[in-house]
Design a protein around this ligand. Structure first.
Ligand code: SF4
Ligand code: SF4
Length: 267
């Protein structure tokens, strides 16, 4: 990475398409992985192991049986992860059929795989599924199962100063103000943690939590600042320092620590 641009070493890229599906904000465009499929079966092949999102996308497109030709720990792990999510959603799990493969016993030989790759390009069907459901091709993980949320977005309302930083930074529009409420649509959260790490009051907490989508609305209250004697909008009612006085208090504390008492904070 140089001059804030990302460069890809094309000689090392095998065009497996894996990066396209794991990037949480779908920042990368290119060719998606191709897999062998027929009916509702997805076949393990010699290509890359699918990402969790890719597997769930196949599930949503109707491929709920996975044919494994050997005991591959990576495929097994990713199927287990996908099934753990499906279990939380109370949905039928992926079925796994193991077919023993040795030199003389293979459900596809290499030539057949090449043919089937051409004939049965799984991602074309996924594309059709996305198109039929008006979903973008560069789909976010949150849109794979739209009615569910993947992360909980919790706010400590007594700490929040309504600085709007999270509203500006969130790439998927989880936060907005509406009818004098601070609205959090956790179903849109992709877990990038931008809001949590940038919140000046450490009021936000993001954690993985798969469940039915929840939209929370926190009402604005009129609070009173005992320092500057002004009323101001806040998520918690009562008397407490307004954001400006709170910042001044912090600066004053800081200046005392470093020995410069230039700021005059009234208490
Ligand atoms: S960044 Fe933190 S303090 Fe600012 S509005 Fe969001 S939750 Fe509140
Ligand atoms: S972690 Fe925060 S910034 Fe990132 S998507 Fe979720 S709510 Fe938005």
């Amino acid at each position: 990475m140089a001059d804030e641009t990302i460069s890809v070493k094309t000689t090392a890229c095998t065009q497996c398409g894996g990066c396209l599906l794991v990037c949480p904000v779908m920042a990368i465009k290119g060719t998606l992985p191709e897999r062998c499929t027929d009916n509702n079966n997805l076949y393990q092949d010699s290509g890359s192991t699918p990402s969790l999102k890719e597997l769930l996308l196949y599930y949503r497109s109707g491929y709920n049986t996975i044919i494994l030709n050997e005991n591959d720990s990576y495929w097994n792990r990713i199927i287990e992860e996908a099934n753990a999510i499906l279990r939380l959603m109370n949905k039928p799990l992926f079925l796994v059929n193991h077919i023993r493969k040795d030199k003389s016993d293979s459900y596809f030989n290499d030539d057949e795989i090449a043919t089937k790759r051409r004939r049965l390009l799984g991602f074309r069907l996924i594309k059709r599924f996305l198109k039929n459901n008006n979903l973008p091709e560069n789909i976010l993980i949150t849109e794979v199962f739209k009615e569910y949320q993947w992360f909980s977005v919790d706010i400590e309302s007594t700490r929040c100063s309504l600085c709007s930083s999270c509203l500006q930074l969130c790439p998927t529009g989880v936060f907005h103000y509406q009818n004098k409420h601070f609205v959090i649509d956790a179903g849109k959260c992709i877990g990038c943690l931008l809001c949590q790490t940038s919140c000046p009051e450490e009021a936000l907490s993001i954690r993985p939590d798969i469940k039915k989508q929840v939209v929370s609305a926190y009402p604005f209250h009129q609070a009173f600042c005992p320092n500057c004697q002004n009323y101001y909008p806040s998520l918690s009612a009562g008397e407490h320092l307004c954001p400006a006085c709170h910042v001044r208090q912090k600066l004053c504390f800081h200046s005392e620590r470093i020995g410069t008492h230039s700021l005059n904070f009234r208490t």
